[in-house]
Design a protein around this ligand. Structure first.
Ligand code: SAH
Ligand code: DHB
Ligand code: MG
Length: 225
């Protein structure tokens, strides 16, 4: 099938229900101007994050991987007035660009960007007994996705929704002999879901303006402590 059809249908859908305003399109422009890779979620996926956030009454949101703040802005816009979003980003340059974009969106009050390695920062949240998050979006580097997912569960309550981006990778997850560390990382996470009793999960396969990919969508079960 002509791949253009997926792109055209994605645009048809975003025209109906995920129109980008200038603030969001300026984020995409800022990435191009700053030579930052275009790895933001699509507009329709930004809207999907909002729908899922609202469905679990999300007031406290955690994101792993800010980039220029495109997904951050979609999510922060779905927060109630007293809502908070913490986003972790390893790259100082990216976080500076994101902070500028978030300020431009008028969301600096709600969004807290922390610069550092997610694997260093997340354990400090557990140590400090940080209040559980209602919604967690995992979209940082792929090799430690399983560790991120396990830490995310520790930072959750019953009913928290956890979404993990890019877990199908154009179908490369089917390759049992892959040596691509990103593929190996998401394969390990996907396989771990078979026996993970702490979540009710599925993987949503996606096509559209971005490459063929997929997202884990998981709800945290009652946790046996
Ligand atoms: N969520 C963004 C896209 C994120 S791209 C959006 O949709 O708009 C992945 C981001 O993860 C990059 O900015 C990268 O610098 C960051 N990243 C990579 N390794 C990381 C790590 N160990 N800890 C935190 N962030 C990391
Ligand atoms: C990559 C990372 C992403 O978060 C994404 O949405 C697309 C690609 C990557 O590292 O290849
Ligand atoms: Mg991604």
């Amino acid at each position: 099938m002509d791949e253009k059809i997926f792109e055209r249908v994605d645009n048809y859908i975003s025209d109906i229900s995920a129109q980008e305003d200038k603030i969001l399109s300026d984020v995409i422009k800022s990435l191009a101007e700053e030579n930052i890779p275009q790895m933001s979620v699509s507009a329709n996926h930004g809207k999907l994050l909002q729908v899922l956030m609202i469905s679990c009454n999300a007031k406290r949101v955690l994101e792993l991987g800010t980039l220029g703040g495109y997904s951050t802005i979609w999510m922060a816009r779905a927060l109630p007035s007293n809502g908070k979003l913490i986003s972790l980003e390893i790259d100082k340059h990216y976080s500076d660009v994101a902070k500028r974009n978030i300020k431009n969106a008028g969301l600096s009050e709600k969004v807290d960007i922390r610069v550092g390695r997610a694997l260093d920062i997340l354990p400090t949240f557990i140590e400090k007994k940080e209040e559980p998050f209602d919604f967690i979006f995992i979209d940082a580097d792929k090799p430690p996705y399983t560790e991120y997912f396990e830490l995310a569960i520790k930072l959750s309550r019953e009913g928290t929704i956890i979404v993990c981006d890019n877990v199908i990778r154009e179908g490369k997850v089917l390759d049992d002999n892959s040596s691509d560390e990103k593929v190996l990382g998401v394969q390990r996470l996907n396989e771990s879901l078979r026996k993970n009793k702490n979540v009710t999960a599925t993987i949503l396969q996606t096509v559209g303006v971005k490459e063929h990919d997929g997202m884990v969508v998981a709800v945290v079960n009652r946790l046996s402590k």
